[in-house]
Ligand binder design. Structure first.
Ligand code: GDP
Ligand code: MG
Length: 603
């Protein structure tokens, strides 16, 4: 296949709009997969169990198909969730066009818009595809109007299909051939390729998916990573159909896989440029190594199981270059890890895989985002070799007098919801310290809202609340994480003046009071009474924001003194009071693991 017969495309869509179903249909029509071989609706490209269960695509998958004996069509599947925006944008850079799938019943949603702009920025051809026209609830006219209003797409460009029933799906293939340009390549230049995904095979090491732009690559060649500068010998190349089929070489214009004994997935990063060793090349622009944005402590439910947990986490991380790992320990939970993820969903998927694939039960501490502190003190600058630190573990927040400025990550959020829900949605965003930016009314009584929102305020329950306020009709997406100045404080919870490290968090000063009260009350309800009083306090910088006491259990020391010996009774009571006072002054209480688990679960 010469380059002019090749089309590289991907499918982008809001979650559930039918991306995987359409991919399956295209694979069937081209005979890439057998219709009868698999049960209906089993989505071939969503391989992980969690992906199937949640109906989302976590890892990009790729398949090459042959069409009408003439064309080689390379489908580059992209992950369909906001946690993976960067991966989507890299996958798109490996394509010359994409199908933008929109559900005719749901219309334009937040991710439709976000994904469209990723494609727009990548400068690739967009083919709008309105899906699910078979549904009774389909509103094709409103969907056309929305696409025209919001994305400036023309009705004449749109395709109308049912991916489920196969209606007009063959036309999709024809339009891919007609409208998407073939890749611009250079056979004569030395080999150069863009890495747009990688998976790990225990036996063979990393298998990297590449889009070859210049030259060609075959077994035995030496390749180099532009980012790591490491050199490898190629052991195998081939096409993904979607299973791996070895071939003699991969040429400019083609998309395929390469195996070259990479034993660490962090050496096969999405967006990197792999090229012929010793050749002078320009790398693909815009490469970023993955930046985890949500961090949590992971501890074994039974601390005896730490080494098992370690092995399982290591195995999972081998397949996921975007998780960051550091060891951690906690007084109540023992040894564990502090792991960083691209987002909360990414973290949940990881946790589910630990449980399902490795039978590990884990306790997870409240997630937090990476904060930044800046200082001008020259001694500190010298000591750290920088004037800015990223803090991913709240207990490591520096003393107040050691920094000048604190910053937190903020995102541009897009919400699409019914016009009638504007007030509730606006309320919710403002209560999360959001800053209103714009409002655009679109067809179908919908509205597109833009807010600047602190990441910390949306990682936990924002989306659930948003759904609740709009009876499930709102969609949400965000992009562009940037740091802004923010009045952040370290909130510490103490039991009789002993800090419970597991509950320490960084919060905005405005929110500290409310968070303190909730936590302190939860602890009061969860901690069992003791022989002595327990003081529960929430503090910032030594100042108490909220407190609760748990009264001492009163033991009836006079029970055995029946009869009338009043002096003996009084003496006993006096002794008890003194003893209590002594205990009260010295009693250091440690929080039990069960209490902590309950608190963390409720959070
Ligand atoms: P994805 O999240 O974009 O990959 O969406 P899926 O392909 O997983 O589809 C989500 C749901 O919509 C599944 O239950 C599909 O069976 C259903 N679906 C997809 N395409 C159509 C269609 O054309 N018509 C109907 N009625 N349902 C569809
Ligand atoms: Mg899918």
């Amino acid at each position: 296949y010469t380059f002019d017969k090749i089309r590289n495309f991907s499918i982008i869509a809001h979650v559930d709009h039918g991306k995987s179903t359409l991919a399956d249909r295209l694979l069937e029509i081209t005979g890439t997969i057998d219709k009868n071989e698999k049960s209906k609706n089993k989505q071939v490209l969503d391989r992980l169990e969690v992906e199937r269960k949640r109906g989302i695509t976590v890892k990009a998958q790729t398949a090459s198909m042959f069409y009408k004996n003439d064309y080689l069509l390379n489908l580059i599947d992209t992950p369909g969730h906001i946690d993976f925006t960067y991966e989507v944008s890299r996958s798109l850079k490996a394509c010359q066009g994409c199908l933008l799938v929109v559900d005719a019943a749901q219309g334009v949603q937040a991710q439709t818009i976000a994904n469209f702009f990723l494609a727009f920025e990548a400068g690739i051809k967009v083919i709008p595809v309105i899906n699910k026209i078979d549904l009774k609830t389909a509103n094709v006219e409103a969907t056309i109007e929305q696409l025209t209003q919001t994305l400036d797409l023309k009705k004449e460009e749109m395709l109308f299909i049912s991916a489920k029933n196969g209606i007009n799906c063959e036309q999709v293939l024809d339009e891919i051939v007609n409208r998407i340009p073939s890749p611009i390549v250079n056979y004569d230049k030395p080999f150069k390729s863009l890495v747009f995904d990688s998976v790990y095979d225990l036996r063979r090491g990393a298998i990297i998916y590449i889009a070859c732009v210049d030259g060609e690559i075959k077994k035995g060649d030496k390749v180099k990573s532009f980012f790591t500068k490491k050199v490898y010998e190629v052991q195998e190349v081939g096409l993904a159909r979607p299973d791996f089929r070895p071939s003699n070489k991969i040429q400019a214009g083609q998309v395929g896989y390469m195996i070259c004994n990479i034993r660490n997935i962090k050496e096969a990063l999405v967006g990197d440029t792999f090229h012929l060793d010793k050749a002078k090349i320009e790398p693909f622009p815009g490469f970023k190594s993955p930046k985890p944005m949500v961090f949590s402590g992971f501890f074994p439910e039974d601390s005896q199981n730490f080494s098992l947990l370690r092995k399982s986490i290591e195995k999972l991380c081998i397949n996921d270059s975007s998780v960051s790992i550091a060891e951690d320990s906690s007084p109540a939970l023992g040894q564990g890890y502090r792991l960083g993820f691209l987002g909360l969903l990414h973290m949940e998927v990881f946790k589910e895989r630990l449980e399902k694939e490795f039978s590990q039960s884990v306790i997870i501490t409240a997630p937090n985002v990476p904060y930044k502190v800046k200082f001008s003190n020259q001694k500190l600058v010298k000591f750290h070799g920088t004037n800015e630190l990223v803090i991913v573990n709240p207990t490591l927040w520096p003393e107040v007098h050691n920094f000048d400025e604190t910053l937190e990550p903020v995102v541009s959020g897009t919400i699409v919801c019914p016009n009638d829900n504007f007030r509730e949605v606006n309320q919710l965003c403002l209560s999360r310290r959001g800053v209103f930016e714009s409002r655009q009314e679109i067809s179908g009584d919908r509205v597109i809202l833009k807010y600047k929102l602190p990441l910390n305020e949306i990682i936990l329950d924002f989306f659930d609340k948003l759904k609740k306020e709009t009876s499930g009709y709102a969609s949400f997406d965000y992009e562009d994480i940037f740091y802004e100045l923010s009045d952040l404080v370290k909130l510490v919870i103490c039991l009789n003046d002993i800090e419970i490290e597991e509950l320490t968090q960084i919060v905005h000063r405005q929110r500290a009071g409310a968070i303190s009260r909730v936590l302190v009350e939860k602890l009061r309800d969860e901690i069992p009474q003791k022989q002595f009083k327990i003081a529960i306090q929430a503090k910032i910088g030594g100042k108490i924001l909220a407190r609760e006491n748990i009264k001492a259990m009163r033991k009836d020391v006079t029970a055995k003194c029946y009869g009338g010996d009043q002096t003996r009774k009084l003496k006993l009571l006096r002794e008890q009071a003194e003893g209590k006072k002594r205990i009260r002054e010295t009693a250091k209480i440690e929080i039990s693991k069960d209490v902590l688990i309950n608190i963390l679960r409720k959070e």
